[in-house]
Ligand binder design. Sequence first.
Ligand code: NAD
Ligand code: LMR
Length: 332
Amino acid sequence: MAKDAVRVLVTGAAGQIGYALVPMIARGVMLGPDQPVILHMLDIPPAAEALNGVKMELIDAAFPLLKGVVATTDVVEACTDVNIVVMVGGFPRKEGMERKDVMSKNVSIYKAQASALEQYAAKDCKVLVVANPANTNALVLKEFAPSIPEKNITCLTRLDHNRALGQISERLNVEVSNVKNVIIWGNHSSTQYPDVNHATVTISTGEKSVRELVADDQWLNGEFIITVQQRGAAIIKARKLSSALSAASAACDHIHDWVLGTPKGTWVSMGVYSDGSYGIPAGLIYSFPVTCANGQWSIVQDLKIDEFSRAKMDATANELIEEKSLAHSCLN
Ligand code: NAD
Ligand code: LMR
């Protein structure tokens, strides 16, 4: 029997990521090839005409899974009964800025939209925050939407996770699908810690550790980390615009695995509400390694953390503590 349609809200849908993301959702990349969807797209009034153009293109694409499109600048209409929420709306950073430099503009959007989601979205809606500063926007959303379960509010660090997989695959000249279990710890910012200590590559003789195969700790502890941390800035420098197709694809991966589960033996990185695991202060949205089953994520426990990793995990947690207080001062 055909499944009921799932309502997916994309905020900032007239923007760059939105334009890459909505066709992926309508094609089943996010929720699977047998899951009908109704797309809700929100943007602000100056973008209303462009948003309507995106709606026209969605109709013209005749996606079999797309059962309806709501394109609106009314936040209540956008949020009503939505099951999945991808929050892209906001302002991107420009060359030379850190992601937290867009804090004051973006956190107020997250405060305002939190109440609409809380009142009008489905009670078990799953929320993914993409707009920067992603972790802190998600935290603000969580604070101003107290009735949405904290486990349902997450932020995107899957792009960083995928970037780390991509760098290892390029370095070893192996298929990216054979690399797994990298970890992004902490903030989606230049303090994030891409960790390969538990990552493996499947080769003809079985699974081997990335450290063993790369056999160059200096590269893994230096250039590799910096490349992943700075990849967003490198893309802005090259495109004069921030990443969009890779961000949209990572957003689909994040929701896909959260809803449909991670493969056995594989974890992914998600920004989630810390419960104090690995000594990371509770009350931050921090990126951890997680596995997903039955629509729920769980932090992978008991990984061995060496001194090098500990220092990097703490540094990115400290930046999130600072961002949290900066966000509160922007909102007061
Ligand atoms: P963009 O400027 O092309 O699009 C943003 C859209 O949001 C615009 O259409 C704008 O009108 C809309 N918008 C602004 N305020 C809004 C509001 N209050 N409600 C609804 N919509 C609103 O930007 P983009 O390149 O699509 O990037 C969007 C955000 O995603 C930026 O903050 C960017 O830094 C961030 N980003 C995050 C990641 C990640 O991995 N977490 C990756 C790439 C980009
Ligand atoms: C990215 O990582 O590509 C995005 O967060 C955009 C940015 O500002 O770096």
